[in-house]
Design a protein around this ligand. Structure first.
Ligand code: UDP
Length: 312
């Protein structure tokens, strides 16, 4: 029997590279595409020599792949608040034009399409915890709007291909995820706090640190994505660890776990920074039998190990 073949856009990124590796481990053939705007070949160099091919390409342009394809996983996008402030137009383009090209590839190959969506589609949520039925509270013209609206458009385009073309599509709404291969300087809370703590520098908490997030370890997320890709649901599914904590708590936990001498300093809260975020995962539990397994401290230990090798 031939192996199922998967195309991953954004394969050199944090999540894309873990997805590629786990799919190879599970006997899939993988084609990775990335324009290396925020991705890094160091994340995938260890996959060379396995059933893995890499194409350097910007998926906002036509994507050509030879041979059969069973799944298209559309992961390409700048994904941290700093990235989308610095790269607003590439963020909009990959969410809109890139999603269109990736859907077109899936349609041409009769493949199942999976969209990497985000808890950002809920914006600064007025419903808590967030269920997939919640429509969100997004500022379209704020600095985060380029990401939030691109992903909302991508969801709309995905559902249009499903309804109009009968394409088998999946949408995963990813909540804050952490783990090895995050970029030290991507500006997100966990890598920022870890690199600051490991250097004994001030740890920069934005606002008063009372805003909440729910952090998922990368292996749990990847397991949820693979379950969704193999499921028969076409509705969006939240994948995230429902354990909610304040940003001040995670900063203190990281300072303690790294044995750091750092102190917290408070800086201004970015525009439209969501005050609370926690997934309702009833749908993932029921439809995918998915449950996060990695406790926060266990995931943080592995992530700190990785950051120790990166922080000079
Ligand atoms: N944050 C912070 N200090 C930092 C980086 C982030 O206090 O150096 C806060 C940020 O304002 C937000 C939370 O941590 O409230 C999570 O931010 P992140 O950029 O990781 O992702 P978001 O959930 O906002 O997309």
């Amino acid at each position: 029997m031939t192996k199922p073949r998967v195309v991953i856009t954004g394969a050199a990124g944090f999540i894309g590279s873990h997805l590629a590796e786990t799919l190879l481990d599970r006997d899939y053939s993988v084609v990775g595409i990335d324009n290396l705007l925020t991705g890094d070949t160091a994340n995938i160099s260890h996959l060379i020599g396995r059933d893995f091919a890499f194409i350097k390409h910007d998926v906002t342009n036509y994507v050509y792949i030879d041979g059969p394809v069973d799944f298209v996983l559309h992961w390409a996008s700048p994904a941290s608040p700093i990235d989308y402030l610095e790269l607003p137009i590439p963020t909009l383009k990959v969410g809109a034009l890139g999603t269109h090209k990736a859907l077109g590839l899936a349609k041409a190959k009769g493949a199942t399409f999976v969209l990497a969506s985000t808890s950002e589609v809920y914006g600064d949520p007025l419903e808590h915890p967030q269920k997939e039925t919640y429509w969100g509270n997004v500022n379209p013209i704020g600095p985060r709007g380029v990401y939030d609206e691109a992903k909302r458009f991508a969801e709309a385009m995905t559902m249009a291909y499903h309804r109009y073309h009968g394409l088998d599509t999946k949408i995963v709404r990813i909540f804050n995820t952490y783990g090895p291969r995050m970029r030290i300087n991507d500006g997100r809370a966990v890598p920022a706090f870890m690199s600051q703590a490991l250097r004994n520098e001030d740890v920069t908490v934005f606002g008063d640190g009372s805003q909440t997030r729910s952090f998922t370890y990368i292996t749990d997320l990847v397991d949820g994505i693979i379950r969704l890709m193999r499921s028969d649901t076409n509705d969006p599914v939240n994948i995230g660890n429902p354990q909610e904590m304040t940003i001040k708590d995670i900063a203190e936990t990281i300072i303690r776990m790294t044995g750091s001498k750092s102190h917290i300093i408070y800086q201004s809260l970015p525009t439209d920074d969501p005050k609370q975020r926690r997934p309702d995962i009833t749908r993932a539990r029921t439809l995918l039998k998915w449950e996060p397994k990695v406790a926060l401290e266990e995931g943080l230990v592995k992530t700190i190990e990785y950051f120790r090798t990166k922080v000079g």
